[in-house]
Design a protein around this ligand. Structure first.
Ligand code: GDP
Ligand code: MN
Length: 438
């Protein structure tokens, strides 16, 4: 299995996925009934009540937001599922509902393993105040948090460190020796899972302590994208085939881009209502650095000259040496996207060829013209590798298919700096937009 990897990102697992990993690693979890995408599917789960139903979204705080409920009948389960599927939790639309056995709670606590961004050490975090927002506890009652740094990235949690944590915890929670022993095993196992999965975070909040056992009632695993190359088995077991967005599911544009194997990030919620007096600028830059520069520059020029009414809509990177088809697809993606008013592009041919770039761009415009698809103004510059042949091709193309290329203006060479190109592109974008609306 291949995943397109962009450095520094994380892959969040859903609770039911995290629980599968926990279960495989020997951590006790409640009986799992499964996940549904619609009310009808609830019938097929053979629920034995009481059950817990939870919104399956990649964010915490579901309990507070009304996304978690104990249910006692099929009727109630369907009703709550219908309600959840209409809910948004911190911007995440609920598209799945997850069902598991409800466990009888005597007490609860928090157990987590993560890394300290300052020391790069692994840290084991525990608290007898389980079930609630741990960041909130850390802020308001820092003493309620037990925190131990693990030196040297030890593969197995040292006994002494674990014992320190366990004795504090069991005192505060009044655990029986059996409960303490079970919780202690969970601490060992979550640490091992953290190491084995190259995780950024493994967390159980809450661990529920029942009369005769200790159970992970919630589960959260965040994987490190940089470690995914070692986790193909895990990803395959869970059926994860594409990268996940940092805060939510990928947008449609992002999914398309991942399929075509180039980094792309939407900067706006694709469902926003466009405002007429604003100009929405799509960016096809020549490289990631250029991409970031372009975003900043569009905002800056918008502030200085256009009354702050200019919005960059995406980050994109072609990677070194994209094919002509890939370049064409990058332009198609932004022209298919109804939010885009104008595209600003740049090819600074170092590794990549200006010739391939201009052929890709012109291919996209000709295809769209032929197929009567939407064409928007494209403004940009190319300079660098293969410029002479690129220039030739461009000049010929303009004579051959003037109508298809009417909206495109590409400056050849570097007599203009990119900041000026961006400014002119924005101006042109506004002019075209005005024509449409007047
Ligand atoms: P979160 O709010 O997104 O972290 O979702 P959780 O899965 O932690 O659920 C919220 C709260 O519901 C938890 O903190 C518990 O208090 C409670 N809860 C979850 N599962 C169970 C369960 O099986 N039994 C009981 N009694 N309470 C549960
Ligand atoms: Mn929780």
């Amino acid at each position: 299995m291949k995943l397109s990897l962009i450095g520094g990102y994380k892959l969040k697992l859903y609770e039911h996925e995290s629980k599968r990993i926990f279960e495989q690693g020997g951590i006790p979890i409640p009986k799992q009934y499964g996940v549904v995408h619609s009310v009808d599917e609830v019938n097929d789960l053979n629920l034995e009540f009481p059950v817990m139903a939870k919104a399956a979204v990649l964010t915490g705080g579901r309990g507070k937001a009304g996304g978690v409920k104990k249910l006692t009948s099929l009727e109630e389960a369907k009703e709550f599922t219908a309600k959840l599927l209409k809910l948004r939790i911190k911007e995440h639309p609920v598209e799945m509902v997850f069902f598991e056995e409800a466990v009888e709670e005597q007490g609860s606590c928090y157990i987590g393993v993560t890394t300290d961004p300052k020391s790069f050490n692994i840290v084991l975090i525990a608290s007898a105040s389980g079930g609630v927002d741990i960041e909130e506890i850390a802020r308001t009652q820092p003493d309620a948090i037990i925190r131990k740094e693990i030196p040297n990235n030890a593969l197995i949690l040292q006994y002494t460190i674990k014992e320190e944590v366990m004795s504090e915890l069991s005192q505060q929670l009044h655990l029986s020796p059996e409960q303490k022993e079970e919780l202690s095993l969970i601490v060992d196992k979550i640490y091992r899972i953290f190491q084995n999965t190259d995780a950024k975070l493994c967390e159980i909040n809450p661990v529920i302590i029942t009369q005769d056992s200790v159970v992970a009632a919630d589960a959260k695993i965040v994987l490190d994208d940089n470690g995914l190359y070692r986790q193909s088995k895990l990803l395959e077991d869970l059926g994860i085939t594409s990268r996940r967005h940092d805060i939510a599911e990928p947008t449609n544009n992002e999914k398309k881009a991942y399929k075509l194997k180039y980094p792309y990030i939407d900067l706006l919620d694709p469902n926003i209502e466009k405002e007429n007096e604003y100009l929405y600028v799509g960016l096809v830059p020549g490289g990631a650095g250029y991409g970031i520069f372009s975003i900043d520059e569009v905002v800056k020029i918008g502030k200085e000259f256009f009354n702050n009414k200019v919005v960059p809509i995406n980050f994109m990177d072609s990677g070194g040496g994209p094919s002509q088809n890939k370049v064409a697809n990058m332009f198609h993606l932004l022209m298919d996207y109804p939010i885009t008013d104008v595209i600003i592009t740049s090819r600074f041919g170092g590794i990549s060829s200006c010739d391939v770039f201009i052929r890709g761009l012109i291919q996209a415009l000709r295809d769209r013209y032929r197929n009567k698809q939407r064409i928007i103004p494209i403004y940009g510059r190319m300079v660098g590798t293969d410029l002479p042949s690129a220039k030739n091709f461009l000049e010929k193309a303009k004579i051959e298919t003037p109508k298809a290329l009417e909206m495109m203006e590409i400056v050849v060479g570097n007599e203009k700096i990119m900041a000026d190109i961006i400014k002119e592109g924005i101006k042109k974008g506004f002019e075209v937009k005005k024509e449409v609306f007047s």
